[in-house]
Design a protein. Structure first.
Length: 514
């Protein structure tokens, strides 16, 4: 088939690709002509545009750009994994940064007359797919969850299972080998499911669909102009977030220092049952005590929510007319990058910080959860504290009931749209084991977005994702210079601590005796 195999499998001939003197490729020219004729559909705008061949989509420059951005995204995912354990969808950020990098590169080549192949939406999709595949390995590799849960640091936090048989020292060699062995299995099963899930059942895959529409819009004249503004906003928010993270570091000279240790309200209700439902003598991290309720109730709530909530990248490729083979090869390359980059990035954090320490900057909350699940599988539910199983079952069905109520309201109650105010059980479960600080961050961010949308909906819709991506990238990438400073033995110069009034009097009285 001339022009390569499209994701739709429709065979058709296309005119040869070209770029005019302004650097616009044939896709952009066709889209601009279509817009001038009053057509509003993106696909109508690209109806007569050429579908590139496989090797025009899977290019060396696309793979090189993917490798650079994959390294950045691996740092971001590793940092988020080790702090909150919650990773947002990075599809949109990957598509936007991939577009910015190659669009700038091709415009530079065109300015000097060296451009041979213009940048297309299919090539953009390949970059996004490769980046997401690589950063996906960073998330699922277990370096912040089940693999770290085997480590001595996490094992020491519990009072059971802390034996040589249940502890494994972490090293890059065996982690990388393990990832290379297990990470490619899902790719081949996805290929078998692609036609069934996307073509036959026409599942929406919201994240993949949104990314596809975004990439399509980038390659129209109006969308390209907006994308440049979005990139500018992204780098501004990146700079602000990076500087704020640097500012916070200045005041964190010790374990209990810095803004992260500002006192907040915690879970107090269960503490009233100390000595009744669980022993008063247990350590705070013991799964037989309060930690058992926090972890297993959170797990049950998430499982119940997950039953109501697979192939995002193939959906993106389908909607951008990208070759399924190019998508598949891009996923393979991205997966390989992730298997190599993820352990190396994790090693940098492992050498620089005490990972898995609840009082440290990288508590890795999922590590203790996975270790708790493993111990439960070995020892049975009898090891759980009193009423923990009953509460977990109750919260599991409560989460399902809340989701069912939301689905019914969304379908049958359309006048007031009350479903918008029904909370997500999974989001409600997160503070159980992370603490209040993350919920406060989410609340503040949601409030700012709500006010922004209220004042200027169009502006918020255009730039909110770029601002959020920049803030995530800025704070996460500060981890690189912070880790290098830590390895070099350079610490923060100031310790800022918070005391209650009573503790402050004791400290002042002690200082007066010196």
């Amino acid at each position: 088939m001339t022009g390569g195999d499209s994701a739709t499998g429709v065979q058709r001939r296309h005119p040869p690709r070209y770029a005019d003197e302004s650097g616009r490729d044939s896709d952009e020219i066709v889209a601009e002509d279509a817009a001038a004729e009053g057509k509003i559909s993106v696909e109508d705008a690209f109806r007569d545009a050429e579908v590139p061949s496989l090797w025009q989509q899977l290019t060396f420059r696309a793979i090189f750009a993917s490798a650079l951005l994959s390294l950045v995204f691996n740092f971001i995912v590793c940092k988020l994994n080790l702090t909150t354990g919650v990773i947002p969808s990075l599809n949109v950020a990957a598509g936007l940064l991939g577009f910015a990098m190659l669009k700038g590169y091709t415009e530079l080549l065109n300015r000097f007359g060296f451009l041979k192949q213009p940048f297309t939406r299919q090539e953009n999709t390949v970059i996004q797919t490769c980046i997401v595949a690589s950063s996906g390995i960073a998330f699922s590799s277990g370096t912040a969850s089940y693999l770290l849960g085997m480590s001595p640091v996490v094992a020491k936090q519990g009072e059971t299972g802390n034996t040589p048989l249940n502890v494994k020292e972490l090293s890059v060699g065996w982690i990388m080998g393990f990832l290379l062995l297990v990470s490619f299995v899902g790719l081949f099963s996805i290929v078998l499911l692609r036609k069934v899930m996307i073509l036959k059942y026409k599942l929406t895959y919201p994240s993949g669909t949104a990314t596809a529409h975004l990439i399509n819009s980038f390659h129209t004249p109006k969308g390209a102009a907006l994308a440049k503004k979005q990139v500018g906003v992204l780098f501004k928010s990146f700079g602000g977030s990076f500087i704020w993270a640097f500012f916070q570091w200045f005041f964190a000279a010790g374990d209990a220092c810095g803004f992260a240790n500002f006192p907040t309200l915690g879970i107090q209700a269960f503490n009233q049952k100390k000595g009744d439902w669980f022993s008063a003598d247990l350590s705070p991290s013991s799964l037989h005590g309060l930690q058992g309720y926090k972890i297993f109730i959170a797990i049950a709530t998430m499982l119940g929510d997950g039953l109501f909530q697979l192939i995002q990248d193939f959906k993106t490729g389908y909607l951008t007319l990208s070759s399924p083979r190019a998508m598949f090869f891009s996923q393979i390359i991205g997966t390989f990058m992730g298997c190599v980059m993820s352990p190396l990035v994790f090693l940098l954090f492992l050498k620089s910080y005490p990972l898995g320490d609840p009082s440290g900057p990288y508590p890795a909350p999922y590590a203790l959860i996975y270790r708790g699940i493993a111990l439960l599988g070995v020892d049975g539910v009898s090891t759980l504290p009193r009423n923990c199983l009953a509460l977990s079952i109750g919260f599991f069905f409560l989460a399902m009931a809340v989701n069912l109520a939301k689905e019914l309201l969304q379908k049958y109650e359309t006048k007031y749209r009350i479903y918008r105010f029904v909370p997500s059980p999974m989001c409600m479960a997160i503070p159980f084991y992370l603490g209040a600080y993350f919920a406060i961050d989410m609340c503040v961010g949601s409030l700012i977005l709500f006010l922004w949308t209220w004042r200027n909906r169009r502006q918020a819709e255009d730039y909110a994702a770029a601002v959020a991506s920049g803030m995530i990238c800025g704070e996460s990438l500060w981890g690189i210079p912070a880790a290098i400073l830590s390895l070099a033995g350079v610490g923060a110069p100031i310790c800022m601590r918070f005391f209650s009034a009573g503790d402050n009097k004791k400290v002042e009285a002690f200082l007066a005796t010196l």
